[in-house]
Structure formats: structure tokens, C-alpha cells
Design a protein. Sequence first.
Length: 314
Amino acid sequence: MDTQVARLVRKTRLSPDTSDFCFEIENDRFTSLQPGAHVDIHLADDLVRQYSLWSWSQDGRVINVAVKREDEGRGGSVAMHALQEGAMVEIGGPRNHFKLENHDRHVTLIAGGIGATPLVAMARELMNRGQDFQVYYLVRSKEFAAMDAQFRALGLDEWYHLHCDDTDGRFDLASVMQSMPVGADVYTCGPEPMLNAVLEAGASLRGGAIHFERFAPASDIDHDPNAEFQIEIQSTGAVYPVGKEETILEVLQSNGVHVDFGCSEGLCGSCIVDVVSGQVDHRDGILTPQEQESHEFLCTCVSRAKSDKLVLKL
């Protein structure tokens, strides 16, 4: 994917562990900037990380991402926090697998921790539409509510609810679901345990749908041990073995089969390809449960095979 050169023009501390990064594109601008979109920030030759946009300028030249520093993480957040104002980086995108649908139904936004970043942009859009919605922002304590000021700056008033575990206790997701109007939609982003709790509480949802985005690789979740399998390229009939320690993407690259890729962690969707036949062991954080159950697509960077062979539409 093409990238733009950008300068870090402002770095602002939002909480003890989270900072906002404001980038300005040097000689061009981004298009298709919408709530739910993320960009690829190239921090080194082999270190590319995806961050959701929470704000951007109308001309597409200035974008803002908020990043939580995780010293025990995968290295991206530490590299981001090491950037100083004036630093130049390459930024690719945007891409959007978490789109806010255009309808007039009630919407509830449920944000957990740094997962609030795309939901700030959604709240702004819903305000501009004059749509009926509520926002719930769940954090450990108020000092770690990095995006609280950004939500409040929108003038959400009674539509906004900050829940701090240390002072407010356990958040009652079931009651929130039961209180929603018939046909209401939920958009949620946050840690895996919170996402699972929202999906479980969704049994109380009367119609509507739950839309969610992960910001940690689904491959971190427990899966069966890796097994060997084969991939076949539909256009040529070539068959390649995939070892236990290899990814489909690595095997394709080593055999000269081109596939776009970005994060290599199942989060950005760059490397999704169509599956002609075979059963997929999905390990991405992008495809919906319905898409995964269809076995019609896979992320080549993390997903594997449940069957002995996968035939790929390449």
C-alpha cells in the first residue's frame, strides 16, 4: 500500500500511559477519512503498527492517533512513545474494517481503555448527524481515562457516561443492553475480556447488531497446536507445504506469490485472500464471526488450515 511522509507536529500526554500524536502530511493528503478508520505507521523497516484515528482535519493533511504505552507489548507502542516532535515517519492507509453504518437507529458506543479512540470519531459523527446515541467509557480509574476530555469536548452531556471501576464498581452490561431501544446497534472496542463480555451480554439485545474491533491480535488467544498443511494456488495449480513454524504469507512470499501485507498480526486486513476450498483455522481480529464461518476468506499472516489443504484464489 502507498504511504505518505508525515511529520510529528505535536505530542501530548493524555494520561500516565497514553499520549496523543498529531501528524501532518508533508506533500499530499489522506482521503476516505471516516470514523473507525486506522492507519499504518512505519516505525522501522520491519515494524509497522496500526492505530485508529480519533480526529483529522477537513483537508486530510492532519491526523491524530492516541497510543497507550505497553512496555511488555510487541514493541510498537514503545517505538511510538520514543518519537519526538519533528520526527518524520511514513504512514499508510487509511483502511476501515469498523465502519459506522449510515442509518437512523439508536447507537450505543461502549469503549474500554484505549479502545475509545475510534469511538470518539464515531461520537463526533453521530453528533453531527443528530442521531440518537449513548456513549459508555469504561476505565480502571479516572486518571487513566485518556480520552475523557476528547469525549467531553464534543458536548455530549447526558449522552456520555464515564465508568471508573475503582469508584463505580462492576459495570452492568446486561442492564445497558436491556435498556436499549428495539433495533439498536452497538459499536465496541477494547480489551478482549470486555469484548467477550459485550458479546455475551448481547443476548439481551432486542434486534440490532454488535459491531466490534480488536486492538490485540486474535492469535494471542488459545488455539490448537500448529499442524502442517498444504496450500494450492488456483491460477497455477502449484502446491506448497506450510510447516508448523511457517505462516501462509511467508510461504507465499518465499515462492514468489505476491500478497499485500501490513501488520502481519491479523489486525489490519491487508493480506486477506479468497479461499476456494478447505477449512480455515481463523486467527485474525478482522473478519466477523459470519465471515469466518463461511471459510471464504483468510488472513494469510496468522490464519492456518483445519483441513489438509487450502486452495487460494491467487
